[in-house]
Design a protein around this ligand. Structure first.
Ligand code: SAH
Length: 392
């Protein structure tokens, strides 16, 4: 975002580019641009996503110079302790990732859904929710604003499973964004055919966020009537084969879920080769069949992050909005200090944010994006984190 670091191209070998900044080196794949040594670029998640004119890049690097080393020191100091589970996880995160953090913007472009997931507030049977759809041009404009004006380098496009967006519309969205404001584009549109995802990859989408929700096939079948876990896992495998970075994970505390499921759920996330782990607490929605169900504690949700970090030191782990919703003041910080190193900010136009009510009272929906960004940058700096998730 406005909080991001460009790298200087040090080496180009076919599609593999080595970028450097302040003595550090990262490798990233370049499939979109003509690029030469000495030029500057932004990379995200291992992909070159934008070139940047040299004077501009040099000015940004100059302004980072002092802060860059100061942040590393703060992070290392905060990760000194390893007495508690959270501290142990945070120390491992620091050892394997340094102070690097990745930041995504998310655009929730439609709350129409053909599915009946029992836990979800926008499932199609819920008649209490006012439905909205953003038109293709509006989605592109929102993405362009997020990238060009707010400075995001990675965006997630999320919706219910809404067939209104057919192949043609989805292609127009991905193509439009990648031509106007290239970024690391993640699709979170539920299940579509592997062929549609292949076409969207060709147009420049590089990542998919699709949770398997639970590793327990019985719970899955109950929670998602008409669907099977096997079907979801087959799609995730196909997406990986296409070349997508896969972000996946599960809901913590679905009815029937027990603490013994934590390890199974974490193991499945790892087995799927997840680039980023995404798991959030299930928060009962009053207009769903699970309205009266119990919610896990914030401590349990944090334990899952910590446990996942200890078992998978190299993973990127997201602090989800659902976790933040459990403690709006401190949730983000607690997640980042329990082993997580990725965050997502909501850049959906404000008039739609409340309507995307997968669960009630979501964190961030009552604050303008500009002040959210200011708060998050302040928090990241106080924790010594820097946006250096450029690549490998
Ligand atoms: N339609 C897309 C995106 C779904 S919304 C898909 O199927 O992948 C994104 C995620 O929100 C879901 O994967 C689910 O894990 C989560 N979610 C839905 N209802 C929730 C609830 N009540 N509490 C917490 N998270 C919820």
């Amino acid at each position: 975002m406005c909080y991001s670091i460009p790298g200087k191209v040090l080496e180009v070998k076919d599609t593999l580019v080595t970028l450097g900044y302040f003595g550090e080196k990262r490798k990233a794949r370049n499939e979109l641009f003509a690029i030469a040594c000495g030029e500057y670029a932004y990379a995200q998640g291992g992909f070159i996503i934008q070139k940047i004119p040299s004077p501009q890049a040099e000015a940004i690097l100059d302004s980072w110079q002092e802060l860059f080393f100061k942040l590393k020191e703060i992070d290392a100091r905060l990760a000194r302790h390893s007495e508690t589970l959270y501290q142990k996880a945070n120390q491992i995160r620091q050892q394997y990732h340094g102070n690097s953090c990745c930041i995504h913007g998310i655009i929730e472009f439609s709350n129409y859904c053909r599915n009946e997931c029992l836990y979800c507030g926008i499932q199609h049977k819920n008649q209490a929710v006012r439905r909205y759809r953003m038109e293709v041009a509006d989605i592109i404009d929102t993405a362009v604003y997020a990238v060009d004006t707010l400075g995001f380098k990675a965006l997630v496009l999320q919706s219910g499973e809404d067939e209104y967006y057919d192949e043609k519309k989805l292609i127009a969205i991905v193509e439009g964004i990648m031509q106007k404001s290239p970024c690391l584009l993640t699709l979170s549109i539920g299940e579509r055919t592997p062929d549609i995802f292949k076409l969207l990859y060709q147009k420049g989408a590089r990542s998919v966020l699709l949770r398997f929700e639970t590793s327990n096939p019985q719970i899955y079948a109950k929670m998602k009537p008409g669907h099977t876990l096997a079907q979801r896992l087959a799609l995730l495998a196909a997406l990986r084969n296409t070349g997508y970075l896969v972000m996946t994970g599960f809901l913590i505390g679905l009815p029937g879920w027990g603490k013994e499921d934590i390890i199974k759920d974490i193991e499945l996330t790892a087995e799927l080769g997840a680039e980023m782990f995404s798991f959030g607490p299930f928060i009962p929605h009053p207009d769903t069949p699970l309205a009266g169900e119990e919610q896990v504690s914030l401590e349990t949700a944090l334990e899952v992050i910590a446990e996942a970090r200890i078992r998978n030191p190299e993973a990127k782990i997201l602090v989800t909005t659902a976790l933040e919703t459990m403690d709006k003041k401190n949730g983000l910080q607690l997640g980042l200090m329990a082993g997580a190193n990725s965050i997502m900010l909501n850049v959906t136009p404000p008039r739609y944010q409340q309507l995307y009510s997968i669960y009630p009272l979501r964190a961030g929906t009552d604050t303008a994006i500009e002040s959210r960004i200011e708060f998050v940058i302040g928090l990241l700096q106080s924790l010594g984190r820097a946006p250096t998730d450029l690549g490998l």
